[in-house]
Design a protein around this ligand. Structure first.
Ligand code: FES
Length: 497
C-alpha cells in the first residue's frame, strides 16, 4: 500500500492526504497558487512557510532561498517534495485574502492593537504596533459561517431559523477570538484596542442582533451603530482590559467596511468630488467630499465573482483571468498555467470587451451572428445569457453611480477621483472597465485602493470615536430602487457605450 502523509494548508485550515514523495506543486496547484517563473526557483512567488514538519532542500534550492533572502522556515513550493506530515502557510493565499501592509499617517500611541476585517467569505486580523503603525503579524481565515451559505442572504435565512442567530454569532466570535489568541499567545503583550469592521449582516451576526429587518424591503437593520464589548462578554478571557469596538454601518447594506474605506480613501477630507466603489455581489458606492457624502448599495449579482456564468468560476487555478485581442484571435491568461477550466470575473470583463471589439456582439450585447458561438479559447465559451448577466451587473454599478451623481447635482465628469476597493478590483483591466461603460470616467482618475476595509480598520486603531461620528453625520444613505428614474437609468446602462 502506498504510504500517505498529511499536508495542512494555512490559512485555509485544509488537510490533504497525499502519497509520500508527491511534488508540492501538484498538491497546491488546485488552490489558486501561481508559479510565475514556471517553477525555476527564480521569482519566489510560490514561497511557503513551514509551520511544522520539514521539507528537505537540495543544493540548488538552498541557493535560490539565499538569493531571495528567505529565512530558514521558507521553501519554494516549485522545488519541494512532500515526504512527511507538514503544515504550510501559503503566502499567496494571504495575498489573495489581501492582508494589507499599507503605510498611513497616524499619531503614535503606546501598546498594540488589532484590526479585524470581518468579510462574508474571509476574515483578516492584523496585530499592529501602535507606536510605529507597523503590522507585526497577520491571521487570515475563511469565515466559518460559510457552511451556512456563501452570500449574506443565505446567512440571514439561517439566522432566522431556531437558534440560528446564536449559532452564527457564537461561531464568528469564537473564530475571531482564536485568531486574536494566535496573534498574541507567544508575544506577552497587552492589547489596548480591537477594531472590527464588516458589512451590516456581519455586524448584526457578530453582535447577536435580530436580522429579520434585513430579510425584506426596506432592508433596514434593527440596530447597526457602534457596539462595544469587554473581553468577558465575548468569552475572550485571554485578554485583559482591551477595548473592543464593532464600527457602525452607514445604512441598510452599506456596512462599516465601507466606513473604513472612506477613512482609508480620505474622501471625507477632500474638497474635490471623490467616489469609492466596491465591486462585490452587493456593490457599494460612495460619492462626496468634505461637505457631504452619499452612499448606496446595489444588487450587482454575482457575475463579477464568476457565479451565474455558464463556465464561471472563482479566480483560482484553471480560470481564464484575462483575455486580449490579437488580430482576429483571442489570447488568454489562465491562472496556474494549466488548461482552462472556466472563466473568473476579471476574465469575464475582458472577454466581453474583446467580443465587443471584434464585432461578435453589438452595443446591446446581442450576438451579431446568431449561429456563432462566443468562443474565448479552446474549451471556454460564453452564452448569450452570460453576456446578459454581465450587463445586469455592470448596469447596477453604473446606474448606482449615476443616481448618486445626479442627486449631488453633478455630472460623472465632475468626479475628480474614483477609488476601486476590494480584492476583485485589484485584478481588473481598467481599459476594459471603461470601454464597457462599467465606470464612465477617465482612466487617469481611477485608482485601485486594495483592501480599504482593512486599511481603514487599522487607521481606526489610532482614532477616537468622534471623527468617525463626523463621517456618519456627513453621510446620507440613498435607496437606489426608490429613485423614480432608477429603471430608466438602469436600462440605459445595460448598453455598451
Ligand atoms: S514559481 Fe517561481 S520560484 Fe517557484
Amino acid at each position: 500500500m502506498t504510504e500517505k502523509v498529511t499536508v495542512r494548508l494555512e490559512p485555509l485550515g485544509k488537510d490533504l492526504d497525499i502519497t509520500i514523495g508527491t511534488p508540492l506543486i501538484d498538491v497546491i496547484n488546485e488552490y489558486g497558487i501561481e508559479f510565475p517563473c514556471g517553477g525555476k526557483g527564480i521569482c519566489g512567488r510560490c514561497k511557503v512557510k513551514l509551520l511544522s514538519g520539514n521539507i528537505e532542500v537540495d543544493f540548488m534550492h538552498q541557493i535560490f532561498l539565499e538569493t531571495l533572502r528567505l529565512d530558514p522556515e521558507w521553501r519554494l513550493a516549485c522545488l519541494s517534495t512532500v515526504n512527511q506530515n507538514i503544515t504550510l502557510e501559503i503566502s499567496q493565499l494571504d495575498s489573495i485574502i489581501l492582508a494589507d501592509n499599507t503605510n498611513f499617517d497616524f499619531t503614535p500611541r503606546t501598546g498594540f492593537g488589532i484590526a479585524v476585517d470581518l468579510g462574508t467569505s474571509t476574515i483578516v486580523a492584523q496585530l499592529v504596533d501602535l507606536s510605529s503603525g507597523k503590522v507585526c503579524d497577520v491571521q487570515t481565515s475563511i469565515n466559518p459561517q460559510s457552511r451556512y451559505g456563501a452570500d449574506i442572504m443565505s446567512r440571514i435565512s439561517f439566522a432566522l431559523t431556531t437558534n440560528g442567530l446564536n449559532i452564527l454569532s457564537e461561531q464568528i466570535r469564537k473564530q475571531i477570538g482564536s485568531m486574536i489568541n494566535n496573534l498574541i499567545s507567544t508575544k506577552n503583550i497587552d492589547i489596548e484596542k480591537i477594531t472590527i469592521v464588516g458589512n451590516t449582516v456581519m455586524h448584526n451576526l457578530f453582535c447577536n442582533i435580530d436580522v429579520s429587518g434585513l430579510a425584506m424591503y426596506p432592508f433596514e437593520p434593527a440596530e447597526a451603530g457602534f457596539k462595544y464589548f469587554s473581553p468577558k462578554q465575548l468569552d475572550w478571557n485571554f485578554l485583559k482590559e482591551t477595548k473592543i469596538v464593532f464600527y457602525p454601518s452607514l445604512g441598510s447594506f452599506v456596512g462599516s467596511d465601507i466606513l473604513a474605506g472612506i477613512e482609508a480613501s480620505g474622501l471625507h477630507k477632500r474638497n474635490e468630488i471623490t467616489a469609492l466603489i466596491d465591486l462585490g455581489t452587493n456593490g457599494e458606492i460612495v460619492l462626496g467630499n468634505s461637505s457631504g457624502i452619499l452612499c448606496a448599495s446595489t444588487a450587482a449579482g454575482p457575475a463579477f465573482e464568476g457565479t451565474n456564468i455558464s463556465m464561471g468560476m472563482k479566480a483560482t487555478t484553471g480560470a481564464v483571468s484575462s483575455v486580449t485581442l490579437n488580430n482576429e484571435s483571442f489570447d488568454v491568461h489562465v491562472i496556474g498555467n494549466v488548461p482552462p477550466r472556466g472563466i473568473c470575473g476579471s476574465g469575464l470583463i475582458d472577454a466581453v470587451a474583446v467580443l465587443l471589439e471584434s464585432g461578435k456582439i453589438d452595443f446591446s450585447g446581442q450576438k451579431v451572428n446568431d449561429a456563432d458561438e462566443l468562443i474565448i479559447c479552446e474549451g471556454i465559451k460564453l452564452t448569450q445569457h452570460d453576456i446578459q448577466e454581465f450587463q445586469l451587473a455592470k448596469a447596477a454599478i453604473a446606474a448606482g453611480l449615476q443616481i448618486l451623481v445626479n442627486r449631488l447635482g453633478k455630472t460623472l465628469q465632475d468626479i475628480d477621483r474614483l477609488y476601486i476597493a476590494g480584492g476583485f478590483g485589484n485584478f481588473i483591466n481598467l481599459d476594459n472597465v471603461i470601454k464597457l461603460g462599467l465606470i464612465e470616467i477617465s482612466i487617469h482618475k481611477i485608482h485601485k485602493l486594495g483592501n480599504s476595509a482593512l486599511i481603514g480598520a487599522k487607521m481606526l486603531l489610532f482614532m477616537e470615536e468622534e471623527p468617525v461620528k463626523e463621517i456618519l453625520k456627513l453621510t446620507t444613505h440613498v435607496s437606489l430602487e426608490s429613485n423614480k428614474n432608477f429603471q430608466d437609468i438602469f436600462t440605459d446602462k445595460m448598453f455598451f457605450v
